[in-house]
Ligand binder design. Structure first.
Ligand code: URA
Length: 233
């Protein structure tokens, strides 16, 4: 029996019961509080759904076991910063320091990211910082497709909750996954792309800059474009 058929059956039974009561001289039916409260809402438009918050998303993520990275991680690194940030930085995934502290970009690469944020006359509390995946891969290897698939919906929901105007994708994994392309970061960086109506500037990952300090100039060019587009000069 479909739910609709069951509903029709139940209402027919209810009508028959009420008719029997009426035939036996009962003019009124006593209804319980819950039934009356429920009937009061019949025919009314449902209350508009409350937009999802970062807390809702973190709650649903819980003690996530959706992929094998949960086996080796110490902590989930959800992300941190302003829930209404205009600019979101998206990295690849937590490293050892982040895994220990449960916070994104707190190791050596994170210190460089903090300097970049300072150079934009922003601070970490005014932006939002997160990653494509929320658990550290063993030996800091690249995330695997099944791990990204399990985790990415949460990042998408975080971005939808924050509604930023700009995203800075840090490194090739973040840029490729967000933009759905396999182009190299060297071709993606230096110009704005679109993700869900948001302007995305891909640039080199700070960890890459630590190994290749001569590439800082290119990152500064990308950051200057962000500064200009955000009206931060
Ligand atoms: N590298 C990343 O991509 N993310 C972090 O949080 C730290 C290092």
């Amino acid at each position: 029996m479909t739910p609709r058929q069951r509903f029709v059956e139940l209402t027919a039974q209810a009508r028959a019961a009420l008719e029997t009561l009426a035939q036996n001289g009962y003019g009124q039916v006593e209804l319980g509080t819950e039934t009356r409260q429920c009937m009061a809402t019949w025919g009314r438009a449902p209350a508009p759904a409350r937009p999802e918050t970062l807390e809702d998303i973190r709650f649903e993520l819980g003690d996530c076991r959706r992929c094998k990275l949960s086996l080796g991680r110490k902590q989930i690194v959800f992300g941190e910063g302003a829930p209404d940030a205009r600019l979101v930085f998206v990295g690849e995934g937590p490293g050892g320091d982040e895994d220990r502290q449960g916070r994104p970009f707190v190791g050596a690469a994170g210190q460089l990211l903090t300097k970049i944020i300072d150079a934009m006359h922003l601070d970490r509390e005014r932006v939002y910082i997160c990653n494509i995946i929320k658990c550290r891969p063993p030996g800091n290897r690249n995330p695997e497709p099944d791990e990204i698939k399990a985790c990415l919906p949460f990042l998408h929901r975080q971005i939808a909750a924050i509604e930023p105007d700009f995203i800075c994708a840090l490194g090739s994994v973040a840029a490729r996954i967000l933009l759905g392309t396999d182009q190299p970061i060297s071709r993606l960086r230096g110009r704005f792309h679109r993700f869900e109506g948001i302007s995305v500037m891909p640039t080199f990952h700070p960890a890459f800059l630590l190994r290749n300090p001569d590439r800082k100039r290119e990152v500064w060019e990308d950051v200057k474009q962000l500064i200009h587009a955000m009206g931060l000069e």
